[in-house]
Design a protein around this ligand. Structure first.
Ligand code: ZN
Length: 278
């Protein structure tokens, strides 16, 4: 797998250059996740380039392969993983999109890493769906769906795609099973802050590296996917990344329980007066 085009990146949380990091505890096929020397954030320091990801590791291609691999390699654990999904339904949870529908002001709403536009249908009528998607095939499909409601889709990496929208534009943004994939997570959050309208709401759903299931399953945890999950957030790192970009952060306990493999963060871009006071 080492013939893949790769790049090295600093820690997306604290920007430390972790040169020659000690081998990570978790990894596969030559890819590994390492803990930042300074802040402890678990991330892939060596990542496939964006082009490599698009062509070889696009999520829509790797997911079926990964599911099959898990089944073949660890049938018992694959079974446990698939058959203890009831964990996810113990508590009724508010999905990010429901929350945006309820709380966001009318206006343009962004789905970052929108795939084929499946989430657009969930946006309430007062939200105009827009998307950014790196896969050309998916972006084309999503563009058709968005256009039906007056929205648009940019085919690009998120860091670049965001620059094609005006500042202070979106009243809502959805980052659902997305941020764990993007090696430019820090740049994306800063760019997203600029593009959100004051008072705009962002719902971020990511795998929770601090979950009990991760501790229990160790390297068999469903959140590990190499090389397409490059960031392994827990509550503290999610909060720090969001606050560094300028957002106010809520992490409702019931949507971020340790028994859940995923967690939800709700970010608000403060109005100018609030941020001046902050
Ligand atoms: Zn760090």
């Amino acid at each position: 797998m080492t013939q893949a085009a790769t790049l090295e990146r600093p820690c997306p949380i604290c920007e430390t250059e972790n040169a020659n990091p000690p081998p990570g505890r978790y990894g596969r096929d030559g890819w590994s996740a390492v803990a930042c020397r300074k802040c402890g954030f678990v991330h892939m320091q060596t990542v496939p380039t964006t082009e490599e990801l698009v062509e070889t590791y696009a999520w829509e291609k790797t997911f079926p392969v990964e599911a099959k691999r898990r089944k073949t390699k660890n049938p018992v654990f694959a079974w446990m993983d698939a058959n203890t999904r009831w964990r996810l339904h113990i508590f009724k949870r508010t999905e990010g999109v429901d929350l945006l529908n309820k709380r966001a002001a009318p206006g343009p709403a962004l789905d970052l890493g929108c795939g084929s536009g499946g989430a657009f249908k969930g946006f309430a009528d007062h939200l105009i769906p827009h998307g950014i998607e790196i896969s050309q095939a998916l972006a084309l499909r999503a563009a058709e769906v968005a256009a039906q409601r007056g929205g648009s889709v940019v085919q690009a990496s998120s860091a670049e795609g965001l620059e094609q929208f005006p500042d202070n534009y979106f009243t809502a943004a959805l980052l659902r099973s997305y941020l764990e994939h993007d090696w430019q997570a820090r740049e994306v959050m800063h760019n997203l802050y600029d593009k959100m309208a004051p008072g705009g709401l962002v719902a971020v759903k990511v795998p929770n590296y601090g979950s009990l299931n991760r501790l229990l399953m160790r390297d068999r945890w469903c959140g590990f996917r190499f090389p397409d999950h490059v960031n392994y957030f827990d509550k503290a790192s999610m909060r720090r990344l969001s606050q560094d970009a300028g957002f106010q952060v809520e992490m409702p306990l019931m949507q971020s329980l340790p028994s859940d493999d995923n967690m939800l963060a709700i970010l608000t871009k403060p109005h100018a007066r609030e941020s001046a006071n902050a």
